[in-house]
Design a protein around this ligand. Structure first.
Ligand SMILES: Cc1cc2nc3c(=O)[nH]c(=O)nc-3n(C[C@H](O)[C@H](O)[C@H](O)COP(=O)(O)OP(=O)(O)OC[C@H]3O[C@@H](n4cnc5c(N)ncnc54)[C@H](O)[C@@H]3O)c2cc1C
Length: 510
């Protein structure tokens, strides 16, 4: 088969937005390769919506920019955020033109919700809290219609790198067959790595494969210590953990500890509430605390999706306290990219949750991540179309190439030891306990030990475990080096923010 113009790895919002644009608008020879079925992605689990300034006054893209910078705690790249907020509205309109049905009022106007950290209502949503399902449905239909080469249930194992350029990927399927897919350009859109933790809202495929492949290929990766935790996921064996949205606390639900006592102001920001819950869980040595929504009236009418999740778990919010724990939710860091999605390796591009382009900094503003994929996936296509061949000193790539006040410090990962790594459950439990919401030098040492080692085996569980361990080592190294508390990263032994550490840790192998 002739080389593709563009091979997209992953079928979430970032990858599919890029594939549709490349095929429909530019007639490129595009292929999509994804490890599950096309519709399988974290994207379809997204609930709240997409943040974009679609109305006029009093909202503005300047306000959206300011809110995003405030959440990012000093590590956002301002130009990257400017691109996000300015180009976002047009991408949302394109999605609507493709057939995405967002919720509207009786006059046909888009309904806008407000979420934590946003100064005004600017979140478009679909099906109440089923925004991801609608976006994924729309993009999958468009890709099936426009993209000729779709490889489903093929797992990308490693990048093919020849003469300092990415030339494609080596992939395998469950039957153990191998194939090389060659392309002039490869887009990593493989999502985040919430599965590094035992308690996570992410689906089982969120194992950081793309970030791990990049690390193995010596491609720059940064900001991986900034894993955002959602304070109130239902403590239940279901994976991914159902989210008990902030709106419940907004409507008066109370947090209670193991003794049934309140211990925190429920309306504080996501991070503060997560930290308070994690600290109380440690203190009481318990695996979960409680959310008491028994006082909320009309629960089922207001929160139909949550009611359905609770019903499956055998819980009735009118009478039961709901078991909750903080859950790994969003990976702010990833493969370093410039404003066009170019990585530090020629021919390799990155977008969405797998990327670190500077948009989220040390913490993601709610509902900015779907927008990130919708904006930066297509930008990769435009850059390829213009004949761009390598990264520019823009966006987070400035931390590698120089050129801004944030800058970057290099962390070199030593080779892994040869001891066998424990199984995935054990790794996840150790990471939740020692590398999760609250970290210290000592706990991170324990987490790093769990991530050090070699994974034998040549099947899907082993490939995923190998990737989790690779990303885990990078996360522990960066979290240990970041001797401060900033954004989503909290050190109990360094509770303050340090002006000296307003920098990105850029990880690469020895
Ligand atoms: C419960 C929940 C609620 C959320 N709510 C919101 C929200 O309201 N608003 C918002 O903006 N964000 C939300 N998010 C975050 C958002 O959903 C994600 O950040 C976003 O969808 C990521 O999109 P993506 O395209 O980068 O990656 P993903 O959607 O994760 O897609 C990655 C793709 O890569 C494939 N893949 C991975 N590894 C390989 C491999 N080795 N080989 C081949 N294919 C591979 C996967 O199968 C998948 O298809 C939420 C997340 C969760 C978990």
């Amino acid at each position: 088969m002739a080389d593709l113009d563009l091979l997209v790895l992953g079928s979430g919002v970032a990858g599919l937005s890029a594939a549709v644009r490349a095929a429909e608008l530019h007639g490129m020879a595009v292929g999509v390769l994804t490890k599950g079925e096309l519709q399988q992605a974290t994207t379809r689990w997204a609930q709240g919506g997409v943040a974009a300034v679609l109305g006029g006054d009093p909202d503005s893209t300047d306000l959206h920019l300011a809110d995003t910078l405030a959440a990012g705690a000093g590590l956002c790249d301002v130009d990257a955020v400017r691109v996000l907020v300015d180009e976002g509205p047009a991408r949302v309109h394109e999605l609507i033109a493709l057939g995405a049905a967002f919720d509207r009022d009786t006059e046909g106007q888009l309904l806008l919700a407000r979420e934590g950290g946003h100064s005004l209502p600017r979140i478009v949503h679909a099906g109440g809290a089923a925004t991801g399902v609608e976006i994924e449905r729309t993009l999958v239909e468009a890709v099936r219609a426009a993209v000729a080469v779709v490889h489903e249930e093929w797992f990308a194992l490693d990048l093919l790198v020849e003469s300092d350029r990415c030339r494609g990927v080596l992939a395998a399927n469950a039957a153990g067959e191998r194939m090389e897919v060659r392309a002039a350009n490869v887009l990593l859109a493989t999502g985040g790595f919430g599965q590094l933790f035992a308690v996570t809202t992410n689906p089982s495929e969120a194992t950081g494969d793309g970030v791990a492949m990049a690390i193995r290929a010596g491609v720059a990766v940064a900001d991986v210590e900034f894993q955002q935790f959602h304070p109130t996921a239902l403590h239940h064996p279901a994976m991914p953990r159902p989210l008990l949205s902030e709106a419940l606390r907004g409507h008066g639900a109370l947090l209670r500890d193991a003794k049934g006592e309140r211990f925190v102001d429920e309306l504080l920001s996501r991070d503060k509430v997560s930290r308070a819950i994690a600290a109380r869980m440690l203190e009481e040595d318990v695996e979960h605390l409680w959310l008491d929504a028994t006082g909320l009236e009309g629960f089922a009418d207001r929160f139909p999706t949550i009611t359905a999740d609770l019903h499956v778990a055998g819980l009735d919010p009118a009478v039961d306290w709901l078991p909750i724990a903080p859950a790994a939710h969003y990976s702010c860091g990833g493969v370093v990219a410039d404003l066009h999605g170019a990585s530090s390796l020629a021919g390799l591009w990155v977008a969405g949750e797998a990327a670190c382009n500077g948009v989220h900094g040390a913490n993601r503003l709610a509902s900015n991540s779907l927008l990130d994929g919708m904006v930066f996936g297509p930008r990769v296509v435009e850059a390829i179309e213009r004949g761009t061949t390598g990264p520019t000193a823009t966006g987070a790539m400035r931390s590698v190439l120089g050129g801004d006040d944030i800058g970057g410090r290099r962390l070199t990962l030593p080779p892994a030891s040869e001891r066998a790594v424990a199984d995935r459950d054990e790794l996840q439990r150790t990471m939740t306990m020692h590398g999760g919401v609250l970290r210290s030098a000592e706990s991170l040492q324990r987490a790093a030990t769990a991530c050090d080692g070699t994974v034998v085996g040549d099947d899907l569980p082993s490939w995923e475990l190998r990737n989790l361990v690779t990303v885990g080592r990078a996360l522990c190294a960066a979290a240990a080096a970041r001797e401060e508390s900033r954004g989503a990263h909290t050190r109990s032994d360094h509770p303050e923010l340090s002006a000296d550490l307003r920098t990105r840790f850029v990880v690469s192998p020895a």
